[in-house]
Design a protein around this ligand. Structure first.
Ligand SMILES: *Cc1c(COP(=O)(O)O)cnc(C)c1O
Length: 421
């Protein structure tokens, strides 16, 4: 459920008409709903009720300061994957002891910044990384809390580019080597091994892969405990999918996911951490764009929008589907027609949808891409010197620009000319 609904024929974000935001900030833009963000966080928090737990929002999904602060004020921790994200979380007011540091390539500088500023734990992805964390911790005279990310070799049954839990993926250490790696970690005085981490992929639409992975984590917990390790925290990653099409897909609900966690891991008495990103932000955001031209081709009509692949890359990168709706609700019974919906970028890949049925649209009409809140704005670029599009946050009947559209001067002046020119 989200808070983007039609009222009297016009699409609203909570209590604000989308057309009013468009008039104020221009198109294209992203708009997020506070109520939807909070509702999704709460669903996860409620799903783990009765267990000692922390929901760490995977901020790579949407990392605007206003979004982070909204979630942090509701009690969320953060999962960060870079030094930049760590700083963003800190600046948004998240205490260090609620920040989990994931990612396969943490540098010594990033590790130092996190150990200095405070960190809940590092999710370690390799033995060389373990050695570096140990060295930096010793240099600073502190002990770094760690989990080791294990790769359980399960098929997440998702798009190849976002599957992370198969043995051929770059993530984590093979679960078959866990015993050896934990024994190694225990010899390093700068580290305190506190738990196990697993994350098998994104946009999972079934519980079965989670069940396979979490069952393996439960077995590993018992094995490592028997080997003398004090395993007391399990970080279970993110990955629960969202419905991108209204009609037919219905991924498991957070409450079902929470029940699975309790079933597979509840008996171990561990603190549970989860790292959802997409399910918190995805359906909490729209990208709104305007029709520039309607162009009739041979046998097909193109809807040329002012939004493009640089603003929302998911269709080009993952063959992702987004529902695209007219901001002005079509009159009942109006005949739909197929369009190829494209942006102005000079790439054939700049195609959002082919032969998508839409009500008749004309230049100047607004359309909204649903489920664009996660992996939308954060993956945008300025390809074709198209400015990063603004982000807007709605809260009830209020809205605020939470990131301005940069001017062309700002963009161009980031370049510098060498002295010889
Ligand atoms: C991307 C990622 C997540 C979030 O995945 P979602 O599918 O957005 O829930 C969580 N943990 C790690 C380590 C990740 O890389």
């Amino acid at each position: 459920m989200d808070h983007f609904l039609y009222r009297d024929g016009a699409l609203y974000a909570e209590d604000v008409p989308i057309s009013e935001i468009a008039a104020a900030v221009g198109t294209p833009f992203y708009v997020y709903s506070t109520a939807t963000l909070l509702r999704h966080f709460q669903l996860f928090d409620d799903a783990l009720e009765g267990t000692d737990h922390l929901v760490c929002y995977a901020m790579k999904a949407a990392s605007n300061q206003a979004i982070l602060r909204t979630l942090a004020q509701a009690g969320a921790g953060m999962d960060v994957v870079s030094g930049g994200e760590y700083l963003r979380a800190k600046v948004a007011g998240v205490p260090g002891d609620k920040i989990v540091f994931s990612g396969v390539g943490k540098t010594a500088d990033e590790i130092r910044a996190a150990l200095t500023g405070g960190i809940r734990q590092f999710n370690v992805e390799s033995e060389p990384e373990m050695e570096v964390i140990n060295a930096v911790a010793l240099e600073l005279g502190v002990v770094a809390p760690i989990t080791v990310r294990v790769n359980p070799d399960v098929d997440a049954k998702t798009h190849a580019k976002i599957a992370t839990g198969k043995s051929e993926n770059k993530f984590g250490i093979p679960i078959t080597r866990a015993s050896e790696v934990y024994a190694h970690a225990a010899t390093l005085p700068g580290l305190e091994v506190i738990g196990i981490d697993v994350h098998i992929g994104s946009q999972l639409t079934e519980l079965e892969p989670f069940e396979l992975a979490y069952t393996k984590v439960a077995e590993l917990t018992e094995q490592l405990r028997a080997e003398g390790h004090n395993i007391r925290r399990l970080d279970l990653g993110g990955g629960l999918g969202i419905p991108y099409t209204r009609a037919n897909d219905a991924p498991p609900l957070p409450v079902e996911y929470g029940a699975l966690i309790k079933k597979t891991l509840g008996h171990l008495g561990c603190e549970i951490e989860i790292e959802p990103g997409r399910l918190i932000a995805g359906n909490a955001g729209l990208m709104v764009s305007k029709v520039i031209y309607v162009k009739s081709g041979e046998g097909r009509d193109f809807l040329i929008l002012d939004g493009a692949m640089n603003d929302l890359i998911r269709p080009a990168m993952y063959e992702a589907y987004h529902d695209i709706v007219a901001v002005q609700e079509p009159a009942p019974g109006v005949e739909q027609q197929p369009y190829d919906i494209v942006g102005p970028v000079c790439e054939t890949g700049d195609t959002f949808a082919k032969q998508r049925n839409m009500p008749p649209l004309a230049p100047g009409d607004l359309v909204a891409f649903r489920s664009a809140g996660a992996y939308g704005a954060v993956m945008a670029s300025e390809y074709n010197t198209r400015p990063l599009i603004p982000e807007v946050l709605v809260h009830g009947d209020q809205f605020a620009v939470i990131r301005e559209r940069p001017s062309f001067d700002e963009i161009i002046n980031r370049d510098t000319i060498p002295g010889w020119l």
